[in-house]
Design a protein around this ligand. Structure first.
Ligand code: ADP
Length: 408
């Protein structure tokens, strides 16, 4: 059993050697730095030191040079354990400072144990193995060679990396171009499909209306005609929404802004909903303060925004509920608030309701249908006007949508 000191800046290497040598009942000591190793040698006088060469602060050669310079420990047996310094110059330099054994990292455990046994068996180097000036020069040469070798390795790694970055960038640019082409193709397809759906739809609607208005036909036929009309209307809305979203996403929507008294536009939109609100016995309430609040906006697009918000408020409010629209000035902005005391939106759905085709409810409280595109269009139109939209909602209590537009 021998006392062996392992000096290596990497803990995994120290642990590996310690575990391996402990099977042979050696007494093991460890140091992470050469300076710590030196202090241990001076107090513990190990039979053998296994030292790494490439270590921070003091490398293995300098470490051994310092050992050899202290008379009481100069004869310490040392083995180098290194991944970097295994060629003949390094071995010659090791020999020059009395290190006979150099174990290459990694090595088979049997090989390491054999070398340790050999090193423990040999006569310790004479105390006169104090390295000479020639040793210092060879040590420096070796360090410079190692440095040059590392620089070369780094340069070739760098060249490889640059080449790979170039290749990946080219691949990405190609994928991007393909994606753009597919996107344009999809937009065109949607546009054509939606346009082509419109004319047969209006034919269906007019024929169904003619059937509905024909008093000679039986009640069951009238009912069927009514269903055809409402389904065709629904499909028409979907087609219109798809066309709108395609144009918005393609950046093809151009605003035609005019000065608009915001109260007027709301009154007009509210008028569109008189019948559906009455049908559900929903109270519609509008409050504008002051009366002459104006914005610079596109009349049709802004009507579309409030048609959608007020339509949704009625759609998702049960019979007998209340929908109110409040318009007020807030600093440099005009805030238009559409509030209802309807079914509300679940918390987890709120962050997604402005995304395309996202619906928190399958239908309105009277089974009214929707496309799931309305709020996406609303948000994009509001942002096109330089504004923003916010929502807060509580299930069972209702929802409030706030549109902020720049005031003039
Ligand atoms: P939809 O055509 O389904 O109304 P929207 O994009 O207009 O599509 O709205 C998305 C979803 O947001 C709706 O399906 C509904 O779940 C929810 N939502 C919108 N407005 C309200 C509201 N006032 N109250 C409750 N839920 C609402």
């Amino acid at each position: 059993m021998a006392k062996i000191l392992i000096v290596d800046d990497r803990q995994v290497n120290r642990e590996f050697l310690s575990t391996l040598l402990s099977y042979q009942n050696h007494h093991l000591l460890e140091a992470g730095l050469a300076s710590e190793g030196l202090a241990i040698i001076r107090t513990e006088y190990p039979d053998l030191v296994i030292a790494d060469i490439l270590m921070p602060e003091i490398d293995g050669f300098e470490f051994v040079r310092q050992i050899r310079a202290i008379p009481e420990i100069a004869a310490t047996r040392v083995i180098f354990y290194s991944a970097n310094y295994v060629e003949s110059e390094a071995r010659a330099l090791a020999k020059a400072c009395g290190v006979e054994h150099v174990i290459a990292k990694p090595s088979e455990p049997e090989q390491i144990l054999k070398m340790v046994q050999e090193a423990l068996g040999i006569t310790p180097p004479p105390a006169s193995t104090v390295p000479s000036a020639e040793f210092d020069r060879a040590h420096q040469r070796l360090l410079i060679d190692k440095l040059a070798q590392k620089v070369n390795e780094l340069e070739s790694l760098n060249t490889n990396l640059e080449q790979r970055v170039k290749e990946r960038t080219a691949e990405l640019a190609e994928a991007n171009q393909r994606l753009r082409e597919l996107h344009t193709f999809k937009d065109n397809l949607l546009m054509i499909a939606s346009h082509d759906l419109r004319s047969p739809l209006s034919v269906i609607q007019s024929i169904a209306t003619m059937i509905l208005e024909n008093p000679v036909l039986p009640e069951s036929t009238h009912c069927a005609a009514q269903t055809i009309i409402s389904s065709a209307k629904q499909l028409n809305t979907l087609v219109a929404d798809i066309l709108d979203i395609s144009s918005l996403e393609a950046g093809k929507v151009v605003l035609e802004p005019i000065i608009i008294q915001i109260g007027f536009i709301i009154d007009q939109v509210i008028e569109n909903f008189r019948y559906s609100a009455q049908f559900k016995q929903i109270q519609l309430h509008v409050e504008v303060s002051p009366q002459d609040l104006v914005v610079f906006a596109d009349w049709n697009k802004l009507s579309q925004v409030f048609n959608n918000l007020i339509g949704n408020a009625i759609k998702f409010t049960p019979n007998g509920g209340r929908v109110s629209v409040t318009i007020k000035r807030e600093g440099s902005q005009i805030c238009i608030e559409v509030a209802d005391n309807g079914i509300g939106i679940p918390n987890e759905a709120i962050p997604h309701i402005f995304e395309k085709f996202q619906r928190a409810h399958p239908a309105g409280t009277n089974n009214e249908r929707g496309s799931g595109l309305g709020l996406t269009i609303v948000q994009q139109l509001v942002e096109l006007h330089g504004g923003r939209i916010e929502v807060c909602s509580q299930v069972g209590l209702g929802s409030t949508f706030r549109v902020y537009l720049p005031a003039i």
